[in-house]
Design a protein around this ligand. Structure first.
Ligand SMILES: [Zn+2]
Length: 194
């Protein structure tokens, strides 16, 4: 990985994607930090640099295609694929799972790199991995922009994250920011979240 986590944070902060304050997460927990990925996805020059760094980790590994989940993963997959010089594909939600529609097809055993923007539970990335297998291809690795699961990524295949984010998150009753009376915002409540 050619980018330091400091550089990643600087880039995310520069476009307003890495926020410091007092946030109510989708889990209901409170946190001092939040990643608003759409502020990154609207900035091609910044997303391009970060995605190139994600691609760097998989150069020479024989990746034949890059796949990510809609919505955010569409941009990430496209940019990582550009950096690797291979095609991409997008999985989208069909009921409870993610699936490849729009005529995306894979060669049998095609080596696929699975990408995701911000991983909070790993659920979407795992669903893309499942969808790749269901399509007859071979998910050889995963690359994510931000891992905020609070532990190392466990996707069942080799995985890297550009930024390991400390998710100091508290139950509301234990939140030190609430105790200080810092106003809280719930980023996902206005349709700005995932
Ligand atoms: Zn709080």
């Amino acid at each position: 990985m050619s980018l330091s986590s400091t550089r990643v944070k600087t880039l995310l902060s520069a476009c307003g994607a890495y926020l410091e304050g007092h946030f109510e997460l989708r889990s209901g927990k409170h946190s001092q930090f939040y990643v608003e990925k759409f502020r990154l996805l609207e900035r091609p020059e910044i997303a391009g640099e970060l995605c190139a760094a994600m691609a760097e980790a998989y150069k020479g590994k024989g990746v034949e295609r890059v796949a990510g989940p809609a919505l955010g993963g569409v941009v990430i997959a496209y940019e990582v694929a550009r950096a690797l010089g291979v095609p991409c594909a997008f999985a989208e939600r069909v009921g409870e799972k993610l699936d490849f529609r729009r005529g995306f097809t894979f060669k049998p055993g095609e080596k696929v790199l699975v990408v995701e923007d911000v991983v909070t539970t790993g659920g979407s990335a795992i669903q893309v991995i499942d969808a790749v297998r269901a399509a007859g291809a071979n998910p050889i690795g995963a690359a994510v922009l931000v891992n905020r699961t609070g532990k190392s990524l466990e996707l069942g295949i080799p995985a890297i994250a550009l930024l390991e984010m400390d998710i100091a998150a508290w139950e509301a009753k234990d939140c030190p920011l609430c105790k200080q009376g810092v106003p809280i915002v719930a980023p996902g409540s206005k349709g700005t979240g995932k």
